[in-house]
Structure formats: structure tokens, C-alpha cells
Design a protein around this ligand. Structure first.
Ligand SMILES: [Zn+2]
Length: 328
């Protein structure tokens, strides 16, 4: 055998194996997606997302207190309203008495060190269930869509969100939000995390169950990216960098590791997030239950692949488990 053939000497020990990583998992890399509903006392299991619940504002202390003690450093809030009157423009999205704004204020008060991001979209609040606003002919109207989304983002920033994260995929919304934050005095107080490359994936099913956000008609293929679209994803990432995003995100994660790697190359000076979405999480859990693999080993393998591809921040429903696993 030639000397250049022998690699095993370099990873024969658990410690030398750990040195093979360019970047190690830390608790601070994990952002926990949480669902807040408008019944203040709710604690309702979401059957398609094992272990996850819809929470009311009054339950946030008992829900997150133990996790903060274990080292939880950030959450991203999704509003799940059941009792609001939805309309064409998603008016309840920034209702000051709606679940998101109440939750932000409550969390700031309960956990001063917790970093609070808010997902920003209209689909949970529009009568049609889409992420933007329509022209009379039924096509998406990008300018008022971006303007409305920017309005909602500014309201969340004013409520105390450290980060706003638009997931709508409307054209021009990053610039519109950045300008709204700047003009509102929050340009230097609130991070703008863009769901830059968000694909029209089959993996959002459990989330739609959780958030009740399936569109009333049609689908989201006119604004979310086609799964085969590598070039378009690269353009979306470059656009959002140019428009002023502070963090770039790729969603979903596991089937799109090449896009994460592209984002790391195209936006090397930005933090890079990925979202291990509801369907990915449900698959890992289901496979483990079926005896295909060990849950913990597979959960590590999945997020380590994302870090290896270039991510510095992972949104995942496994966050509570990783806080335990990374404590050992
Ligand atoms: Zn949406």
C-alpha cells in the first residue's frame, strides 16, 4: 500500500474523529420554532408533529422555562389564530392583541436573555390562505404584498422582536422590510432573516396542520421555488443579500444541501440558516419508530449534514432534545 492510501490513522480515536468537523454543533446554533395560538391557556398536541404543541401565551413560562434553563437561546414564533376574522389583506397579522405580538411581549418580560424571532407571513391571516395579496384578476400583486408584509414586520419589531423572518417569498419584500425598519427607527435594532430559497416542498404538511395555513385554492408554486431550481435559488439568495437581508435561510434543509452549500459560497459574509421543516422532522421520528435507525443518531446525522454544507443556524423541532444531548 502507498503512504497516501492510509487515512484510517487520522480518525482512529473518538477525539480525532471529532476533529474532522470544520464546525461543531453548539446549543446557540439551534432556534426552536414554536406555535402560539389565540387561546391564552392552550396546550394542544399537534398529532402530525410528534412532541410539539400549540401554546397559549399564559403557558409560555411552563413551556419554555425548563428549556431556557437547559440553554435554549432562541425561538421563532409562528402565530396560529383560530378566533380572528381573516380578510384579503391579513389584517389580524399585526393585531396588537393577536397571539404573536402578545407572545413577543410576554417572552421579552419572562426571559430577558432569550432571542426572539418572528416568522412574518400573511397566510395564517388571509381569507384565501395565500402569502401575498391578489389583483382582481387573481394574480399576485407584488408591490402591495411586500408593503403589507413590511408593515407586519415593523409591528413585530415594535413589539420587541429581535428578528423578523419573512417566509412569504413575495418579490421585493426584503427591501421593503429593511426600509420599513429603517424608517421606523428599527433598522439597527432588528435582524432581517430572509427565507431566501424556500422551495415548494411536500415536506410542509405537518406544519400546515399545526398552523392551519393550507391555501383555500390553488397552491404556492407561483412564489415558492420549484424543487429543481438551482439557478433560481442562487438568484434569490443574491437578490436578498443585495436587498439588505442580515441572515440568509434555505428551506427545507435535507433535500437541499446543495443549495445550502451554494448559499455559503454566494453569501460568505452572512450567517446562514436552514429550516429542518416539519416533514423532515416527522420523517426522522417515523423512521426511528419503525426501527429503521436510532432517533438520536439520525437526528445528529441530519443536522451535522446541514452544518457541513455551511449552515451556522438551524431551525428545528429537535431543539429541546439537542439541548439535552449537547449537555452530556
Ligand atoms: Zn405564508
Amino acid at each position: 500500500m502507498d503512504t497516501s492510501s492510509v487515512l484510517q490513522g487520522g480518525y482512529q480515536h473518538p477525539l480525532s474523529r471529532s476533529w474532522q468537523a470544520r464546525r461543531h454543533l453548539t446549543k446557540s446554533m439551534f432556534m426552536y420554532p414554536i406555535f402560539i395560538t389565540d387561546d391564552p391557556n392552550a396546550s394542544v398536541e399537534i398529532l402530525s408533529l410528534p412532541g410539539q404543541r400549540r401554546w397559549g401565551v399564559n403557558k409560555l413560562e411552563e413551556f419554555l422555562g425548563p428549556l431556557v434553563k437547559k440553554g435554549l437561546q432562541s425561538v421563532i414564533i409562528f402565530g396560529v389564530p383560530f378566533n380572528c376574522v381573516k380578510d384579503e389583506r391579513g389584517t389580524p397579522a399585526d393585531d396588537p392583541s393577536g397571539p404573536v405580538i402578545l407572545a413577543v411581549k410576554k417572552l421579552r418580560q419572562l426571559f430577558p436573555s432569550l432571542y426572539i424571532a418572528c416568522d412574518v407571513c400573511l397566510c395564517e391571516y388571509t381569507s384565501h390562505g395565500h402569502c401575498g395579496l391578489f389583483r382582481p384578476d387573481g394574480s399576485i400583486d407584488p408591490v402591495p404584498s411586500a408593503a403589507r408584509i413590511a408593515e407586519v414586520a415593523l409591528s413585530y419589531a415594535k413589539a420587541g422582536a429581535h428578528c423578523v423572518a419573512p417566509s412569504d417569498m413575495m418579490d421585493g419584500r426584503i427591501k421593503a422590510i429593511k426600509l420599513a425598519l429603517m424608517n421606523g427607527g428599527y433598522g439597527n435594532q432588528c435582524t432581517l432573516m430572509s427565507y431566501s430559497a424556500k422551495f415548494a416542498s411536500s415536506l410542509y404538511g405537518p406544519f400546515r396542520d399545526a398552523a392551519g395555513s393550507a391555501p383555500a385554492f390553488g397552491d404556492r408554486k407561483c412564489y415558492q421555488l420549484p424543487p429543481q431550481a438551482k439557478g433560481l435559488a442562487r438568484r434569490a439568495i443574491q437578490r436578498d443579500v443585495a436587498e439588505g437581508a442580515d441572515i440568509i435561510m434555505v428551506k427545507p434543509a435535507l433535500p437541499y444541501l446543495d443549495i445550502i452549500q451554494d448559499a455559503a459560497e454566494l453569501a460568505p459574509n452572512h450567517p446562514l440558516a436552514c429550516y429542518q421543516v416539519s416533514g423532515e422532522y416527522a420523517m426522522v421520528v417515523a423512521g426511528a419508530r419503525a426501527g429503521v435507525y436510532d432517533l438520536r443518531t439520525m437526528a445528529f446525522e441530519s443536522v451535522e449534514s446541514m452544518v457541513r454544507a455551511g449552515c451556522t443556524l438551524i431551525l428545528t423541532y429537535f431543539t429541546p432534545q439537542f439541548l439535552d444531548w449537547l449537555s452530556e
